[in-house]
Design a protein around this ligand. Structure first.
Ligand code: C2O
Ligand code: CU
Ligand code: CU
Length: 525
């Protein structure tokens, strides 16, 4: 049975589970229905129809690959706001200027429930793509929000409970780019020289069909879930063997790790330093330089790359360098175990893409020394600076969890309520599984906010693995996801000022998220 047929079957489970949960809380059903239609008081500048469809794409020699993908169409406003990747399962790129009022009509043409989450965007609760707002096959949902985010690289993907991993894997991923006036004034590389690159790992059967985890089942399937899916082929923008043709000019490369579980340690093959200008929440205050960049699932980084100094016809590789994914040693899954899927272990090295430099004349441009304004946010502004809200990675049996709890559709514990308008320190602690299962990295993500990283500390016994990725963190910018390595504690600072309501925090290893390593938190007025 192919992967898509297999997950198509799971819809019965999904629908039953969903109905049972929704039935228990009538309010949830009502709010979903209310938000599912366009409101008469909201006047959009941009209106888009976004369909999740079943499709076939020629990816490899031989049969086409069955995929699930997003297709979009502008109904009102700037037709240039949407562009598709040809011959790719990847969703469209949506480009929006800050301040734009957007209405998106989502139509689910999949055989199972789905919902769209706008990763990194600050949107009202009803537009955030919470799993309780998933709509079944043939269902529709209307998202309405004003773009209040800073200029930067964001993305959208499905978020139905228990099925996010397979749906993203099947192809449902798109980049969303926000521009604003401050950024335009910088005159950064634009047009063909502003390139989005979504990096994902996949595995295929011999007849070119996607292969996901659990095929084989049993103990390996379960352990695969604990580790997450790792594919054996790297796709960029949905295509294998990706080559980017560039002119001898500076470029802006927007990298998104759209993989389910794989972490990349990205570097230029010739060892050139990387100039980073942006992170999850947009442009940095000033460019920073790194010898490599660590990119965990859902993280973004923007690079400024000057190809004018390159020889005509030169080829450069973007590679992922080897690193230590666990502190090694004990544990039944310690040190370099394979995940679900057939791919190389987490931390293996491999090529990601090639850049081919054109023959034209070299044109250089200066990168501004100052990029964007970054409002000061100091830990002392937090009411709990001396007593952070702790989010601890935990594990019970063969399941990862947060503070010992797994996801409940409507559940919010008393220690998961924050006040609108307050500033808080959260501390993510990854010390679980050091013995039984072997600790592993977890990319932890929070909805409804962008945060700043205050500091990181690591247990001495986990130092070697931590050191193998830590120089690649870009902690200077706004973040919505932070990689927390085994034995590491990270303190982050966030201000709840956008919208009140029920939002999520979770591990962005999608297999972990699907097994319940996700919780609600409530921003209360
Ligand atoms: Cu991209 Cu809730 O996540
Ligand atoms: Cu998100
Ligand atoms: Cu995790």
């Amino acid at each position: 049975m192919t992967f898509l047929k297999q997950i198509g079957r799971r819809r019965f489970l999904g629908v039953l589970g969903g109905t049972a949960l929704m039935g228990a809380v009538p309010g949830a059903v009502q709010s979903a229905q209310r938000a599912a239609t366009a409101s008469s008081t909201f006047t959009p500048d941009l209106e888009i129809e976004l369909r999740a469809v079943q499709d076939q794409v020629p990816l490899y020699q031989g049969p086409s690959t069955n995929v699930w993908r997003y297709r979009a169409r502008v109904l009102k406003g700037d037709a240039q706001s949407v562009s598709h990747h040809p011959d790719s399962p990847l969703g469209p790129v949506i480009r929006v200027h800050r301040g734009t009022r957007i209405r998106i009509h989502f139509i689910n043409e999949l055989p199972q429930p789905s919902v769209v989450h706008w990763h990194g965007l600050l949107v009202p609760e009803a537009a955030d793509g919470h799993p309780r707002h998933a709509v079944g096959p043939g269902g529709r949902y209307v998202y309405e929000f004003e773009m209040i985010n800073r200029a930067g690289t964001y993305w959208f993907h499905p978020h139905p409970h228990g099925m996010t991993g397979p749906q993203v894997y099947a192809g449902l991923t798109g980049m969303l780019i926000v521009t604003d006036d401050e950024e335009r004034a910088l005159k950064l590389p634009d047009g063909d020289r502003d390139v989005g690159l979504v990096i994902q790992d996949r595995s295929f059967t011999r007849d070119n069909q996607l292969r996901y985890m659990g095929q084989g089942g049993g103990m390996m399937g379960m352990m695969g879930g604990m580790m997450g899916f790792l594919g054996d082929r790297i796709h960029v923008n949905g295509r294998p063997d990706f080559t980017l043709a560039v002119e001898r000019k500076p470029y802006r490369l927007r990298l998104l790790n759209g993989s389910n579980s794989r972490i990349y340690k990205l570097a230029w093959s010739d060892g050139s330093p990387m100039t980073v200008i942006g992170t999850d929440g947009g442009l940095l205050a000033a460019p920073v330089s790194r010898s490599y960049v660590t990119l965990a699932p859902s993280e973004r980084v923007e690079l400024w790359v000057d190809f004018s100094s390159r020889a005509a016809g030169e080829e450069i590789g973007l590679v992922s360098l080897p690193f230590a994914a666990s502190s090694g040693g004990g544990g039944m899954m310690g040190g370099g175990m394979m995940g679900g899927g057939s791919g190389p272990a987490q931390g293996s090295g491999f090529p990601v893409l090639k850049v081919r430099v054109g023959q034209g004349a070299a044109v250089s441009e200066k990168l501004p020394e100052k990029l964007a304004s970054m409002p000061a946010l100091r830990p002392e502004q937090a009411h709990n600076v001396n007593n952070p809200r702790v989010i601890r990675v935990t594990a019970s049996g063969m399941r990862w969890s947060l503070n010992g709890r797994v996801f409940e559709m409507e559940g919010v514990a008393p220690d998961e309520i924050v006040r609108m308008g307050t500033t808080e320190v959260w501390e993510f602690i990854n010390e679980a599984g050091m013995h039984m299962m072997g600790a592993m990295p977890h990319p932890l993500h929070v909805h409804g906010v962008q945060f700043r990283i205050i500091d990181r500390r690591v247990h001495p016994s986990a130092m070697a693995a931590w050191r193998s990725v830590s120089d690649g963190h870009v902690d200077e910018g706004w973040k919505d996801t932070v990689l927390v390595m085994p034995g590491e504690r990270v303190r982050v600072l966030m201000r709840f000022e956008s919208y009140p309501g029920l939002f999520l925090y979770h591990c962005h290893n999608l297999e972990h998220e699907d097994m319940g390593m996700m919780r609600n938190f409530l921003i209360k007025v």
